[in-house]
Write a protein that binds this ligand. Structure first.
Ligand SMILES: O=C(O)[C@H](CS(=O)(=O)O)OP(=O)(O)O
Length: 190
């Protein structure tokens, strides 16, 4: 191998699916697959809604990606700055509202309200919060959604169970000025 070849950046990994079916040349967005395949690589992710929402949020002062897996870290970061508006965008899928995103937003809001009792919520935020607080069977609610049922149909039950884990990652992906999302934004200390 020549020195030049050694320095070559790795090819980005293409990740995506369409209605649960594989796309040619793409890896499925499945945690066990990505744990093996994605380490150290740039990922180009194809989705109908979440990635579009991120792109449209580019004008925001800061844009983060959050889920049940890292919402605590997100809440801590969001509260570092006083007196600011926080907009939570629920990704959806195929142009449709998705209950699991609203539930995930409720989990984030639950952290925010516990960490700062003075926070003011919109009606939509109260709805998400109450949905989360009233439904602690996270795997059950994720399985009941349209996407959950689709994942089950295609044999991705383990992915639902994994996605239902709360706050297991103290990292926060943040959008960089070049539009890429990285986890360099914030890592929770204590
Ligand atoms: O973020 C999206 O657009 C969705 C997320 S999920 O798969 O519905 O959870 O992806 P998509 O592949 O577009 O349905």
């Amino acid at each position: 191998m020549t020195a030049n070849e050694k320095e070559k950046p790795k090819r980005p990994l293409l990740v995506g699916e369409k209605k649960g079916l594989p796309l040619e040349g793409f890896q499925p967005p499945s945690p066990p697959v990505l744990k093996k395949e994605a380490r150290g690589k740039h990922i180009i992710l194809s989705t109908t809604n979440g990635t579009v929402a991120l792109r449209r949020a580019e004008a925001a002062e800061r844009t983060y990606a959050s889920s049940l897996l890292n919402n605590y870290c997100t809440a801590k970061e969001l509260l570092k700055k006083q007196n600011q508006d926080i907009t939570i965008i629920c990704a959806g899928s195929g142009g449709q509202f998705c209950l699991e995103d609203y539930y995930g937003a409720g989990h984030l809001i639950s952290h925010l309200t516990r960490l700062d009792e003075s926070i003011e919520l919109s009606d939509a935020a109260i709805g998400a919060w109450k949905l989360f607080e009233g439904n602690q069977d996270t795997v059950g609610i994720l399985q009941d959604t349209a996407v959950g049922k689709m994942l089950k149909r295609f044999g991705y039950e383990k992915d639902i169970i994994y996605a239902a884990n709360k706050d297991i990652y103290p990292v926060l992906p943040i959008m960089q000025p070049n539009g890429w999302m990285t986890n360099k934004g914030s890592v929770l200390n204590g």
